[in-house]
Design a protein around this ligand. Sequence first.
Ligand SMILES: [Zn+2]
Length: 226
Amino acid sequence: MFTVKRGGALFAAVVAALSAAAGAVCGGLAEASAVAAPVIVIDAGHGGIDAGVRGKTSGVKESDVNLAIAYRLQEYFSGAGFCAVLTRKSQAGLYGVPAKGFKLRDMQRRREIIEEHDADMVISVHQNFYSDGTRRGAQVFFNKDSESGKKLAACIQNSLNSMKNAPRKGTPLIGDYYMLECTTSPSVIVECGFLSNAHDERLLCDEQYRKELAYAVFAGAVSYYA
Ligand SMILES: [Zn+2]
C-alpha cells in the first residue's frame, strides 16, 4: 500500500477500487467476472546507440536515467492494480539493426507496443537539456489536438509541482512529438529535469529522488481517473 501524502481520500479510493477490480488480468486471459485493469504504457525514451542527452557534470546517459525512472513507475502502477507495460526493458534500443533509419524504426516499434497492448494511457519519460544551465525542474508536454492528453498533462504537472523542493511550478506545454501523435489515448512526455543543471543532474542520479519523482508522476496519473 502507498503512503498517501496529499489528495488523500479520493486518491486512496481510486487505487483501492483498481486493486480490487483489476486482479491479475494484465495481458492475460481475464476471469469472466474480472474487470480489465487500465493499461498504462510506460516509455523510457531513447536507448542503445541513441543515448539522448548527457549529464553535463557526470556524463550520465539520459537513456539510463529514463529507464530507471520507468521501472520505478512500473512498480507503482503494478502495485496499484494497473497493467503497466514498458516499451523498453533494457539499455538496448528498439530499432533492431543499428543502421540507417534506426530512429524511425525505434519510434515505430514503440507505437506497435502501444497498439498491441491497447494502451489506455501513455507516459514517455525523458530528461531535458538547455544551453542556459540555470534552468531546472520537471516539464510535461501534450499534443495540442488531444483534450485527454492536456488533462493528463495538467494532472501530472500539478503533482510534480507539489513535490517538496520543486524548483519551479511548471505549466504543461504543447509538444510536437511522435509519441504524442501516435495514439489517440491520453499521452504525455514527462521531462523530469535538466541534465544541463548540476543540481537537477545530481537529483536525477539519486535513487531516492527517482522514487519520489516516479511517485509524483504516478500519483498525478491516478488523479486523472479521479
Ligand atoms: Zn529525450
